[in-house]
Design a protein around this ligand. Structure first.
Ligand SMILES: [Zn+2]
Length: 98
């Protein structure tokens, strides 16, 4: 198995969803819990609901930038993030205060 080759492939949605979360969700929606577990759950849930867009590290930056500018994709991401946020907040994977 040639793992080094596989590791140059990644889902371009990952950095995009993370930056949308930081730039659009965090400043606008005060989270009930913003621990690492909950924020990671929100991002993972969102990524599972959005179609992955794989790219290689070589082509990555330009591809991500183009996707990032896509207004349809922007609204899909924001919609999924908002939905995931509500799911995680109403059903956190840890007890309060943990
Ligand atoms: Zn939490």
């Amino acid at each position: 198995m040639e793992f080094a080759k596989a590791s140059s492939i990644f889902n371009a949605m990952e950095p995009i969803v993370v930056s949308f979360f930081e730039e659009h969700i965090l400043p606008n929606y005060p989270l009930k819990c913003n621990c690492e577990k909950c924020t990671t759950d929100i991002i993972v849930l969102t990524l599972n609901h959005l179609k992955p867009k794989y790219t290689s590290t070589q082509a990555g930056q330009a591809y991500i930038k183009a996707l990032y500018m896509n207004t349809q994709l922007q609204s899909d991401i924001l919609q999924e993030l908002t939905r995931s946020l509500q799911v995680v907040e109403s059903n956190p994977q840890h007890r309060p205060g943990e």
